[in-house]
Design a protein around this ligand. Structure first.
Ligand code: XIL
Length: 362
């Protein structure tokens, strides 16, 4: 350990794992600065595990190479891996959504989950078994999203997926991962999640953890309101009360509404991280925090969102700065805000002299 404790050391001192989603491209060599930035984390998530990526052409026609490489890569670096995501309505292969027979769809679903989780048994520590299951504007009283799987099974598809995953790797952490939970006007989403999780736990579905995505200030064209970190903390606490671990799985700060001046914008992003983490770090069920990216340049706001939803990005030249490291993987004010918030909690919990070893703002 050098003279400055890194994020994973600070987080470990309060019993939390800290990760990122480095968005690795197949076979690429990372710049050394990225390698150094990665050493801040003890966990990583990867979106190499979507159904349409693993079985793009048809049932049993597997495409394992990218996922295999990610698993090897994480293992070589000693990073606990989160597989994202076994079931997500946006990433189902076309051949599946063209199936009309419910029994056939069930067979495919069970076979898919069983094959993926057993292939990486003991090597993928945590799975997003289901992603973004709730969608209030879809208008159902229970808030569950009206999608292909729900159309066939109601919410029973969750039972099937969690059961198959638990049977395939009893040691893996099985997660229900949800979006749109962190802002004031998202109370109905929080309530629907709590109710859903209560039902799943009540009927013995083997889920072990709940993920809160944490795309702070990302306006998903739904009523959102200001960040409500306390409401998020209450949600985590209630989920913990149901006997589940909680995770923040996709943390970043969308900065489109912040001042255009870079210094002011970076300060606002840093302040948002500090506000959010200050509210949730005391929650005993909180087990891990994963940032949705490593360096700003590759953030999904600059890649996926810019490409798929260009009108959500302020202007042609505008680049989002939502993460802890800039495009060259240098630490930003957000990094120092996260480090000092972790340090504050470490001192509160342990009162150790390690405070001397914590990072200071550059
Ligand atoms: C984004 C990723 O960063 C892209 O690479 C991907 O292709 C599409 O979506 N919620 C999620 C993530 O669960 O999968 C999304 O990630 C961001 C929103």
């Amino acid at each position: 350990m050098n003279s400055q404790a890194c994020l994973r050391e600070l987080a470990a001192s309060i019993g939390v794992s800290i990760g990122c989603q480095p968005d690795l491209q197949a076979g690429e060599r990372l710049p050394s600065a990225a390698g150094e930035a990665l050493r801040e984390f003890d966990a990583m998530a990867s979106n190499a595990f979507h159904w349409c990526a693993l079985q793009p052409e048809g049932p049993g026609l597997w495409e394992w190479s990218r996922a295999d490489a990610v698993v090897d890569w994480a293992e070589t670096r000693g990073m606990a891996l989160r597989g994202h995501a076994l079931l997500w309505y946006q990433m189902l292969p076309g051949w599946l959504t063209e199936c009309s027979g419910t029994r056939t769809v069930e067979r495919h679903l069970r076979a898919h989950v069983a094959a993926v989780v057993s292939r990486y048994r003991g090597r993928v520590a945590s799975w997003d078994v289901a992603n973004e299951v709730i969608m209030i504007p879809d208008g159902r009283a229970d808030g569950i999203r009206r999608d292909f799987l729900h159309h066939h099974f109601g919410e029973r598809y969750l039972d099937m997926a969690f059961e198959e995953a638990a049977a395939a790797d009893p040691g893996a952490e099985l997660v229900l991962n949800e979006a749109l939970l962190t802002h004031r006007d998202q109370e109905p989403q929080r309530e629907a999640m709590l109710e859903l999780v209560g039902r799943l736990v009540g009927r013995g579905v083997p889920l072990g953890a709940c993920g809160i995505q944490g795309h702070l200030h990302w306006d998903d064209l739904q009523p959102m309101g200001p960040l409500d970190a306390k409401a998020t903390a209450r949600l985590l606490h209630h989920l913990g009360g149901l006997g589940l671990a909680t995770l923040v799985t996709e943390l970043d700060v969308f900065d489109a509404a912040f001042p255009p001046d870079q210094e002011e914008r970076d300060a606002a992003v840093a302040g948002t991280y500090a506000e959010f983490l200050s509210a949730i770090l005391a929650e005993p069920s909180l087990r891990s925090i994963v940032f949705w990216g490593l360096g700003d340049e590759r953030s999904w706001y600059n890649t996926y969102v810019r490409r798929v939803l260009p009108d959500r990005i302020p202007g042609g030249e505008w680049r989002s700065r939502p993460l802890l490291f800039d495009g060259a993987y240098h630490r930003k004010p957000a990094y120092f805000a996260v480090a000092s918030t972790l340090r504050k909690f470490m001192l509160r919990r342990n009162g150790t002299p390690q405070a001397q070893a914590a990072p200071v703002a550059a």
